[in-house]
Design a protein around this ligand. Sequence first.
Ligand code: COI
Length: 364
Amino acid sequence: MQLTPFPVTPVKQSRLSQVDFDDLGFGTIFSDHMFSMRYEAGAWTNPQILPYQALALEPGVAMLHYGQTVFDGYKAFRGLDGVARIFRPDMNAQRLHQSCQRLCIPIMDAGELCDIMIQATRQLIELDHAWLPSQWGHSLYVRPLVIGTESTLEVRAADSYCFIIMTSPVGSYFNNLQKGVSLYVEDRFTRAASIGGLGTAKTAANYAASLLPGFKSRQQGFDQVLWLDGNEHRYVEEVGAMNIFFKIDGKVVTPPLGGSILPGVVRNSVIALLKDWGLLLEERPIAIDEVVEALHSGSLEEMFGAGTAAVICPVASIGFKGELFEVANTPPGELTLRLYDELTGIQYGKLEDRHGWNVQVPIP
Ligand code: COI
C-alpha cells in the first residue's frame, strides 16, 4: 500500500558538492536526509524526513550498555533508463520485523512496517536523487536502524525507541570480483550460539562478537572470517557480511538457515536464480572437513559469498588450522560470474525482473 507522503524538513545547504563519487568506499558518506520516527507512550509517532543529523542520547540510555538495537540493509540502483530500483525492500522489512521481535522491540505489524520503509525510501530517493551513484557497481545503500532510547540501567526492554532510515552512496564492500577474498576459518571463537541465540537477528551483538576474530584474521592477512557452528566448530555457517555457497562436483551447496545464520536476501535471490536455471542446489549442513577434502581432491569447483553489501563475491582462498588452501577456478568462477551478472543486471534494470523483486522509483 502506498502511504501519503511523510512531512519533510529539507536541508538548508546540501553536502553533495563534498562527495567524491570516484572514491565512495562503503558506508562513510551519508546523504542529506534521513527518515525518523519515534516510539513513545506505547505508540509509533511522528514519521518524518529530516536533514541527516546527530541523535541526542543520554549516556544512561540502556541500548548503549545492553545492545537493544537492530538494523538492516538494502540497496537502490540508478538504472540505465533513469529509474531507481530498490531491491527487495519487502524482504528486509520482514527481516527487520523479526529482528525487532527477537530484541523485544515493540514494532508495528510486518505489512505496515514494509509500507513505511518503502514510502520512506521512495521519498529519500526522490529528495536525494543526486546522491544515487551512476557508476556500475555503485548504489545507494539504505540502512534502517531501530534503537531503544530510554535512559535506565535496568536490564529490560526500553519504553521508548527511535527508528531511523539513512542512506549512503556506496561502492562494493569487498570490490574483489576479479581477485576474490581470502577467508580465515574460525575454529575458536563463535559468532552466534547454535540454538536459541541471536544469529538470525540483524543486531549489534553478532557484529560485536566478530570484531576480535576479524581483527586477528586481518593480522594474518585474511579479508574475513568464515564462521563455524557454535557447538562443535565443525559445520560452516556464514561470513558475517555474506552467506556462503560452494560448488562441489557440479552441485551447489549452502548451509541451511538453522537458527544461527542470517537469512540473507541475496542468499534467497541466489537460490531462486539457481532454481530458475535448473541447477542442483543442496541446502544442508556442510562440515569444514568436507570442504577441505573437496579442496584436496579438486572437486571444489567454486566458492562464493552473497550479501547486500558484498553482492556476489568469489572466495579465492581459505586458511584452516595453519594451512592455506587455494580455491581452484577462481576468481571468478563461471557460476559466480553468471550469478553476479544476472543479479546486477536485474538490479540496474538491464535484465528482465522475472520475479518482480524491484520497487521502481522514477528519478525526478
Ligand atoms: C549488508 O550486507 O547489508 C550488511 O549488513 C553487511 C554489513 C555488516 C556491512
